[in-house]
Design a protein around this ligand. Structure first.
Ligand code: SF4
Length: 449
């Protein structure tokens, strides 16, 4: 019988993708997978340090699975990802049940690291891959054409690391300096994923649109070539940085059907003073000008953002600028956070001077305003016809299938004949929370269209 592995993923899409890579590597080593940690011979945590209290979450989960090791001392417990990169051997010291700690750059060395553990060692490998050049094919060759397709979706890492040094962010420390893959290497991976059934590909990078494989070949050229791959129905990417977004990219989105009308473009704060303290390298006006151009070029575009309230020094007036940005853009979704100090970031040296009550009040106002905006936007969908890519069954309602519109709105449609991977037209009949409810409509035959 094959040994079973259980992987718990914390955090973002980048981490989900790393988990898929871990699964690939372990599958090749003869592992099967289980959803129950207590049935596993190998338990891995793929950790994320971007959100609040990530270390606490990791240690609390390690506390929960400690009994698996007590019940069976042969079980191997490993911690990978950004918290592992940051904490390193501290994890081994604090949690005796952990056998292995590894960073994002050593993920593909899992087989040899597991051998070390089986040999009786407690192992920590958080070395960086050498970064002699800004171009680096950091996915080992054997995996380039064997990426994982999850249902209809696949991810491709096009850059790794970040050079931006935003003062609140730990990523440059945990993921290192930015490197980009050669574009031929990425295109090869994309074509192979489409052949393996991917209809939607997400391009991933901490700062995805700063991609460049040469002075002449940047994110624009890559998107342009990817959008010409036959059979690739949808391309999405995350997360772009506003300073690296430009009108040419908006025009490209407008001109290519398979570059989805969706953009997660984090503005973080509305005040230029705070944006400067965050070291974001753009002003609010620059952000709004780019967004206005995009909304004119692609009227159906759906925008989302991350934002932080209560960053050090944020006054009531600064905060009002954040609300102004929300009203002006009309995001379909926001991911708001109360500022909290992250050790190891430049902002941790700043005085965390916005009182907790003020942060909470600002967060509540942001959420209340966005709720109004979301409700009004949802209403505008009723009666609209959307193209939907079906990606799963509804968890509770029989005969309903779920999917995403081009703009990434979740939608559910009652139609038992639908299958995962179908691309259909649906008329929106109502909405509930973030969800749209649709009814399938017949697509006119090509002769009539
Ligand atoms: S762009 Fe800024 S927020 Fe994004 S990963 Fe880089 S440093 Fe962090």
């Amino acid at each position: 019988m094959k040994p079973k592995a259980y992987i718990k993923t914390f955090g973002c899409q980048m981490n989900e993708h790393d988990t898929f890579q871990m699964r690939n590597v372990l599958e090749a080593e003869g592992y099967d997978f289980t959803d129950a940690a207590e049935d596993a011979a190998l338990i891995l945590l793929n950790t994320c340090s971007v959100r609040q209290n990530p270390e606490n979450k990791v240690y609390s989960f390690l506390g929960q699975i400690r009994e698996c090791k007590q019940a069976n001392p042969e079980v191997i417990i490993g911690v990978g990802g950004c918290v592992a990169q940051q904490e390193g051997k501290t994890i081994l010291k604090r949690e005796k049940s952990v056998d292995l700690v590894f960073g994002p750059d050593t993920l593909f060395r899992l087989p040899e690291m597991l051998e070390e553990v089986k040999g009786g060692a407690r192992v920590c490998h958080t070395e960086w891959m050498p970064r002699e050049r800004k171009i680096q094919n950091f996915i080992p060759e054997r995996w380039v054409e064997h990426g994982h397709v999850e249902g209809v979706k696949a991810y491709i890492s096009i850059t790794k690391g970040c050079n931006n040094m935003c003062t609140f962010c730990i990523v440059p420390t945990t993921r290192g300096r930015e490197v980009s893959r050669e574009h031929d290497n990425i295109l090869r991976e994309a074509r192979a994923l489409v052949e393996r059934g991917a209809k939607e590909i997400w391009l991933l990078g901490q700062n995805v649109n700063s991609y460049r494989s040469s002075a002449e070949y940047r994110f624009y050229e890559l998107l342009d070539e990817l959008s010409q791959i036959e059979g690739l129905h949808r391309i999405r990417f995350t997360s772009p940085h506003p300073k690296d977004w430009n009108n040419a990219l908006s025009d490209l989105m407008a001109s290519r059907k398979n570059i989805c009308n969706q953009l997660h473009l984090p503005f973080q704060a509305g005040s230029d003073r705070i944006l400067e303290a965050m070291r974001r390298n753009h002003t609010l006006d620059e952000y709004l000008e780019k967004v206005a151009y995009l909304q004119a070029a692609v009227p159906t575009v759906e925008l989302s953002t991350d934002l932080i309230v209560g960053f050090p020094g944020e006054s009531d007036e600064d905060f009002e600028r954040t609300l102004h940005c929300l009203r002006t853009v009309g995001f379909s979704q926001i991911f708001p956070f109360k500022y909290s100090q992250r050790p190891g970031t430049p902002a941790a040296a700043m005085e965390d001077d916005v009182p907790r009550e003020a942060k909470e009040e600002r967060l509540a106002r942001v959420i209340a305003l966005q709720d109004e905006i979301t409700a009004a936007r949802q209403e505008t969908y009723v009666g609209r016809v959307e193209e939907v890519l079906i990606d799963g069954a509804h968890s509770r309602m029989r005969n309903f299938m779920n999917g995403r519109t081009d703009g990434y709105k979740p939608i559910t449609i009652e139609d038992p004949t639908l299958e995962i991977g179908d691309i259909v037209q649906a008329r929106v009949v109502s909405h509930r929370g973030h969800w749209l409810i649709g009814e399938r409509i017949e697509t006119p035959s090509p002769a009539l269209a």
